[in-house]
Write a protein that binds this ligand. Sequence first.
Ligand SMILES: NCCCCCC(=O)NO
Ligand SMILES: [Zn+2]
Length: 343
Amino acid sequence: MLTFHNPDHHLHHASELKDGKVSPCFELPHRADTVLARVRQVGLGQLAIPAHYGKERYARIHSERYVNFLESAWQEWTALGHRHDALPLVWPVRDLRSDIEPEHIDGKLGFYAMDAGVAITAGTWQAVRRSADTALNGMDHLLQGNRSAFALCRPPGHHAAAEYMGGYCYLNNAAIAAQSCLDQGGKRVAILDVDFHHGNGTQSIFYQRPDVLFVSLHGDPRRSYPYFSGHRDETGSGAGQGFNLNYPLPHGTDWGSYATALDDACKRIRAYQPDALVISLGVDTYENDPISHFRLTSHDFFGIGAAIASIQSPTLFVMEGGYMVDEIGINAVNVLQGYTGGV
Ligand SMILES: NCCCCCC(=O)NO
Ligand SMILES: [Zn+2]
């Protein structure tokens, strides 16, 4: 399996507001370095640096003004004399207005963010666009007739919606790759999100569309971030009704119950007969993950890969979350080896 990786991810090393304190973000550069080292250690396959894609490819999923905001935010922030990370201070919640884009960067930061887990730094724009390029090149690799590819994306993307960032995510790499498949002749794409956290951004982007089936297994939002999406009754709307499937699972979920939900999800995806399958591969379902609450062991990740292989579609794995840095490489590559061993 070919792995695309983006060395520019090191340009993004942000802080986050968590537990009432601004502290180093859990989404560290070392995460991707650890996964890449494991890919090399097991000899998973060749490595490749992604080609450069134009902003218009990101704008197939995100609004043009949002993409332009990501590109210009740091310059607008430092024009005020700031040299530290940019974080929002106000959001358009409840009956506050969000029909007018503010001109001031303080207003824009809240207008385009769902939380304070998405600091903007000097290198953020370059890192996030190259992360999206990584997924785009992975999808092109599938469209050239290959069975699978691994897009080692960092920063991750599944919390980012058309016009907002959140949860360490800025551009929705998986959604951008899925759209690229459809733009190049694909009729149906399935996205399976196995990250501990609900992919609210991916759900939002495709919620009214039947050409992308979104399926997510995640911590029950009544007790798990992002808290405000991911319930079972969110099944799509309009033409997209029935093409959004959520499997919220309780804290403490182990392989037994996880595998039951995963098998059902894979059956639903097989029935959809997608031209391509995109996996939002978060491994924060790991029992020792510092910010999550499932109980999967490293060995269980082989089973996730084997279940995905049973769908028998061309498959792009897109890296999302996972914060137990020492084991993130083992767990992510166990999925990939479970897949290749099962195809
Ligand atoms: N800052 C709050 C927690 C962000 C979760 C990020 C993640 O792993 N999403 O999948
Ligand atoms: Zn996560």
